[in-house]
Design a protein around this ligand. Structure first.
Ligand SMILES: Nc1nc2c(ncn2[C@@H]2O[C@H](COP(=O)(O)OP(=O)(O)O)[C@@H](O)[C@H]2O)c(=O)[nH]1
Ligand SMILES: [Mg+2]
Length: 457
């Protein structure tokens, strides 16, 4: 990332760059002196009071008004980045925003910021820890209130303090081990061994607590997806439309209209669910159909809530071999409004939690409304998020590694008297803990974190 080495003034619009808005916020960070803005805001010298919003006119070099703006100055180090920051609230027409950015870029030599660069500077200037940056990333990309809350709480330092006590514990253990190498004769071997045993047990306890929060998969919680799967003409697209209450998907009585898959987002109980209407399952005759079925199975794999849809009037004992071993949360048996639709004995090769008789055309003939189905989805989502899983992948893998190493260290500490071996084991464990806490930050770690950020943050 080029910005890692350059700390000149940067500029960006921080309030989205894809549509016109009433007001947009342009942020400038890293200028040395306020005097670089002399003449830009109407008076020869520009001396705003820090943290006080001021209404100004912004002029170009020829003295014409570019815009009427509100400026807010944050003096280093008391700013988001730890550098001098000027925030300018401008009229949010995209052309206007671009013209103002161009003005500063061309005349004051400010550089347009890379995605995440403001936050990178905050990290570099120790205004934020690595964990907080990851919390911010989670917050900005959250798909549910749960992820929002976790992002907020990590940002405000909750996980940080847990990780700090982990690091503190590790340092105590390290010190006890050093003591046993250099001063065991002075302190007494028994006392040192006791110290090592105590600190390694408490370190392991902390790591076990964290480990329990990374044990279940989280992809499903970060971007919760509902899959509608089933044979052709089962009523999947009709159900999909019922969920959305729109006609987003083409509903047709001709078999096989939804060849690929269609997805939409629905918001229920504070969570953004992606709902996916898939191609019908049947023995593919053409390559396109085979591809569609393959994709349906992939969608199923990525979904946390799996709904199998079947039309009893059209069920001819199909085997659905592709679904062997699957576990569905719900089977929706459609066409319950059709009186002569006798419900056959289904023989499915998969497990299903609940089965519901349902009509896409008449709510009166349905055992459950669409909202009640969504409630089942929401209940499952709540169950999954109850254990407060840690949502950041980098932390998850480091916690698992640290926990494994700590278990190994515990065993060695009990049976092994060779301090050199213990010491080298602890060294490896320490490097993982320090990476987790953010004491060491390899560039690739930073690269992967900041690649998620938007411009202006
Ligand atoms: N009477 C009745 N017709 C339905 C029901 N569900 C779907 N249909 C009809 O069945 C046909 C196929 O439905 P569609 O949603 O396209 O099935 P898909 O292939 O699974 O997506 C359409 O003509 C729908 O109007 C239902 O519950 N009752
Ligand atoms: Mg369809």
């Amino acid at each position: 990332m080029e910005f890692l080495f350059d700390d000149g003034p940067i500029i960006a619009c921080s309030t989205g760059q894809y549509s016109n808005a009433a007001i947009s916020l342009i942020r400038i960070s890293g200028f040395e002196e306020l005097s670089c803005f002399n003449n830009c805001f109407g008076s020869e010298s520009f001396k705003p009071t820090p943290k006080m919003a001021e209404f100004k006119k912004l002029y170009n070099l020829k003295g014409s008004v570019l815009d009427e703006v509100v400026v807010n100055f944050f003096k280093a180090p008391h700013s988001y980045t730890g550098e001098n920051i000027l925030e300018i609230g401008v009229h949010g027409n995209l052309l206007n925003v671009q013209r103002i950015i161009d003005f500063f870029e061309q005349n004051l030599n400010f550089r347009v910021a890379c995605p995440g660069e403001f936050t990178y500077r905050a990290l570099k200037n120790k205004k934020m820890t690595l964990t907080q940056v990851e919390g911010l990333d989670l917050l900005l990309n959250a798909q549910s209130n749960f992820a929002l809350d976790q992002g907020q709480s990590i940002l405000s330092g909750s996980l940080n303090s847990e990780l700090s006590s982990l690091h503190h514990n590790y340092l105590k253990l390290r010190a006890a081990l050093e003591l046993s190498i250099d001063f065991s004769e002075d302190v007494g071997e028994e006392a040192v061994s006791k110290e090592i045993a105590n600190w390694s047990a408490s370190l392991n306890k902390l790591l076990s607590g964290l480990k329990s929060r990374v044990s279940s998969p989280i992809k499903n919680i970060l971007s919760p997806q509902i899959a509608l799967v089933g044979p052709v003409n089962a009523g999947k697209s009709s159900l999909f439309n019922n969920f959305l209450n729109t006609n987003r998907s083409i509903v047709s009585s001709e078999k096989g209209t939804t060849r690929d898959f269609i997805s939409e987002y629905i918001n229920f109980d504070g969570t953004h669910y992606k709902i996916v209407d898939t191609a019908g399952l049947r023995h593919g005759e053409s390559d396109i159909e085979r591809e569609g079925i393959k994709r349906s199975l992939e969608v199923l794999k990525d979904s946390f809530y799996k709904i199998f849809v079947v039309n009893p009037c059209d069920y001819l004992g199909q085997k659905f071999d592709q679904l062997k071993g699957e576990e569905f949360d719900l089977v929706v048996v459609t066409h319950s409004d059709v009186k002569n639709g006798e419900c056959p004995n289904f023989e499915f090769p998969f497990k299903a939690e609940t089965t519901v008789q349902f009509s896409n055309t008449s709510e009166a003939n349905s055992e459950m409304s669409v909202d009640q189905i969504m409630q089942l989805v929401s209940d499952k989502f709540k169950r999954l998020s109850e254990s407060k899983p840690i949502l950041i992948e980098r932390q998850r893998s480091l916690i698992s590694r640290a926990h494994k190493l700590s278990e190994e260290f515990l065993v060695s500490a009990k049976s092994q008297n060779d301090v050199a071996i213990l010491s080298s084991q602890l060294y490896v464990l320490g490097s993982v803990i320090e990476e987790l806490v953010g004491v060491v930050r390899p560039d690739d770690v930073l690269g992967s974190i900041f690649s998620n950020f938007c411009i202006g943050k």
